[in-house]
Design a protein around this ligand. Structure first.
Ligand SMILES: Nc1ncnc2c1ncn2[C@@H]1O[C@H](COP(=O)(O)OP(=O)(O)OP(=O)(O)O)[C@@H](O)[C@H]1O
Length: 265
C-alpha cells in the first residue's frame, strides 16, 4: 500500500517560488491501477516523483508497505526504490546498449549473476513480446517497442509498484492502447500496483480502477473511475471530462487490440 500524508512540495528559485503540491493525502491499495489526472502544470509529475522520492517532499510523509520513505537513509532509500519501477514518456533507454543489455542494466548494477540475468531478461522480453528484437538498438525500434523495452527494464528488479509518467502520451492511439493492455496484463498477472499520471482522460478510462483529479497542486476529487466519470462532483472534473462522461461515451472494449501482435507495435 502507498500512502501520501499531507505531502507538499515547494520549488524555490530566484525566479520565484512555486507551491507545486498542497497538502496531498492519497491512499493507493496493493493491486490497484491508480490514475492521477490533471492539466499541464497541475503537479502530476511532481506527485509521481514524490512517490519514489526522486523529488523530496517539502513536508509530509510517503509510506510504502509500512515504511516512511522520507525517514530513510540514502542507502535504505536506494534499496526501497528497487521495489518501484518507473517508465517515462521519452523511454529513457540507453542508446549505446541493445534491447537485452538495456533490460539487463539494473540487474548488472545489483551484481546479479550472469546466468540469472540471462534468464530474467529472456522472461521479461517474452512478457513484453520483444524477444525476437533482443539484439536491436533503441534507434531501430518504434516508439511502442521502445516503451516495451522500458517496461521490461522497469520490471527487472521484481518491483511491487510500477510508476508510469505519461508513458503513452507520445504514442499513436493504437500503440497507446497496446501499451495500456500490457500494463493491465502486468497488473493482473504479476499483481503489481500501477500508478500512472496522464492528461488524457481516455487513458484513465481505459485501464484505471481509481482516479484522483489534481488541480493546481490539490486533489479536488477522488474515487472509482466509474463513479468519477459518471457523476463528477467538482467543476474542474466536469470541465476535464467535457462530454466524455460514461453516460455519453462508452470506452472501446479492453480486448479489442489484445490480438494485435505485440512486437509489431
Ligand atoms: N524543478 C522545478 N523548479 C521549479 N518549478 C518547477 C519545477 N518542476 C516543476 N515546477 C513547477 O511546478 C508546477 C507543477 O509542475 P509539474 O511538472 O509537476 O506539473 P504537471 O502536471 O506534470 O505538468 P505537465 O503535464 O505539463 O508535465 C508547475 O508550475 C511547474 O512550473
Amino acid at each position: 500500500m502507498i500512502q501520501l500524508k499531507n505531502v507538499s512540495k515547494l520549488y524555490e528559485s530566484k525566479e520565484g517560488n512555486v507551491l507545486a503540491l498542497k497538502n496531498i493525502n492519497l491512499t493507493i491499495n496493493k493491486g490497484d491501477i491508480y490514475g492521477i489526472m490533471g492539466l499541464s502544470g497541475a503537479g502530476k509529475s511532481t506527485l509521481i516523483r514524490c512517490i519514489n522520492l526522486l523529488e523530496s517532499p517539502t513536508n509530509g510523509e510517503v509510506w510504502v508497505d509500512g515504511v516512511d520513505l522520507t525517514k530513510l537513509s540514502h542507502n535504505l532509500l536506494r534499496q526501497s526504490r528497487r521495489n518501484m519501477g518507473m517508465i517515462f514518456q521519452n523511454y529513457h533507454l540507453l542508446t549505446s546498449r541493445n534491447v537485452e543489455k538495456n533490460v539487463a542494466y539494473p540487474l548488472e548494477l545489483n551484481n546479479v549473476k550472469k546466468h540469472e540475468i540471462n534468464e530474467r531478461v529472456e522472461q521479461l522480453l517474452q512478457l513484453v513480446g520483444l524477444w525476437e528484437k533482443r539484439k536491436h538498438y533503441p534507434s531501430q525500434l518504434s516508439g511502442g517497442q521502445r516503451q516495451r523495452v522500458a517496461i521490461a527494464r522497469a520490471l527487472a528488479t521484481n518491483p511491487q509498484v510500477l510508476l508510469s509518467d505519461e508513458a503513452t502520451s507520445a504514442l499513436d492511439p493504437i500503440t497507446s492502447r497496446s501499451i495500456l493492455n500490457l500494463l493491465q496484463e502486468i497488473n493482473e498477472k504479476l499483481n503489481i500496483t500501477v500508478v500512472l499520471i496522464t492528461h488524457q482522460m481516455e487513458v484513465i478510462e481505459q485501464i484505471c480502477k481509481k482516479v484522483a483529479v489534481l488541480k493546481d497542486g490539490e486533489v479536488v476529487e477522488e474515487g472509482s473511475v466509474h463513479q468519477v466519470f459518471k457523476t463528477p462532483q467538482h467543476p474542474y472534473t466536469k470541465l476535464l471530462l467535457g462530454n466524455k462522461g460514461l453516460e455519453k461515451h462508452q470506452p472501446i472494449p479492453l480486448d479489442l487490440f489484445r490480438n494485435v501482435k505485440a512486437g509489431g507495435l
